[in-house]
Ligand binder design. Structure first.
Ligand code: 8YV
Length: 312
């Protein structure tokens, strides 16, 4: 097979960019002043796209790439890639599953503890000198509480593994019930929210889960419940969440993802009962390197055999 001509959609780490340029002579699309005009003229040259969960690859872009045969993405989520369109054109799409499960689950557990024990909030309390004149607010226990996982996939199961060390009761909602596990099962997110103290979102993003955590789900979670999101911002009705945390309909939220990143609603930033992180769940040096390796392995496999390894 001839060596693929690779288009890299967006800038990643310096290391990744350099490796992509050296190994595949990938063209860095983000350096073009007018990427669409560049693709209109040169799109036919490229047969592979290297992208990420963040940059994705939409139908409009695919249209400018008539010879595209594979999209190799950095990240497990592929909601920013029009996979159905790709499938219709027999374009293979690969992602980076498994290598980030533990890292994302670690962060989910950290967020649970942070929001319940008010770690970020009381860190600010010390830095702002408030300890000198008053007592910090009390938190809520985590151990032996009810953990509700929305989407019991690979990442959800890694969260469960960690939570069992905290003797938490485990429940989940998922379109498919897994009869091999004996956790509490609720068919709907609303039912799970009613049951749980901590509702943790580890489901996929995209149309299937858009707005799944609705106003009703937040009401069901109630004034003592916490929402933790390491999935996608699109899963939550964000205006309803803003209302819930500001009015105290729920106890708090710990978020790594938002509806329109990097824009975080000002009300969430201003809420003391909300932890706001900048989409860092997979962001450790070790995990990002493992994800990078997998992108390069998929690209190399496609070049050698015509098939990516982690096809979605
Ligand atoms: C990525 C992610 O790190 O894997 C995913 O789906 O969202 C993150 O892990 C990030 O999107 C990289 O661009």
């Amino acid at each position: 097979m001839k060596k693929p001509t690779v288009l890299q959609i967006g800038s990643m780490t310096d290391r990744f960019n350099q490796r992509m340029a050296e190994t595949w002579k990938a063209h860095p699309l983000w350096t073009e002043a007018d990427p669409a005009a560049f693709l209109a003229e040169n799109g036919a040259k490229f047969d592979v796209v290297a992208t990420s969960a963040r940059y994705g690859c939409r139908e409009a872009q695919m249209k400018l790439l008539p010879n595209l045969a594979a999209i190799c993405s950095f990240g497990v989520g592929y909601d920013a890639i029009d996979v159905d369109v790709a499938k219709g054109r027999s374009i293979q799409v690969s992602n980076t599953p498994n290598v980030l499960n533990d890292c994302v689950a670690d962060l989910a557990m950290g967020l649970i503890i942070d929001v319940a024990r008010r770690m970020s909030q009381t860190d600010r309390f010390v830095r702002e000198g408030k300890w000198l004149s008053g007592a910090p607010p009390l938190g809520t226990q985590v151990f032996r509480k009810k953990l509700g996982i929305v989407g019991l996939g690979r990442i959800g199961r890694a969260v469960v593994q960690r939570a069992s060390g905290f003797e938490m009761q485990i429940g989940y909602s998922d379109p498919i019930r897994d009869h091999r596990v004996h956790y509490h099962y609720e068919p709907t997110a609303e039912g799970l929210a009613e049951w749980a103290d901590f509702l943790v979102l580890t489901c996929i993003g995209g149309p299937a889960t858009k707005g799944l955590v609705s106003r009703r789900v937040l009401e069901a979670l109630g004034p003592t419940g916490y929402l933790i999101n390491v999935s996608r911002g699109s899963v939550v009705d964000e205006p309803a969440l803003v209302e819930a945390v500001t009015k105290g309909t729920i106890a708090g939220a710990a978020l790594d993802v938002y509806a329109s990143e990097p824009n975080v609603p000002a009300e969430l930033i201003a809420s003391p009962n909300v932890v706001v992180l900048p989409h860092i769940a997979s962001g450790t040096a070790e995990t990002r390197l493992a994800m990078e390796e997998l992108v390069f392995q998929n690209l190399a496999a496609f070049a050698e055999t015509g098939e990516v390894i982690n096809r979605v």
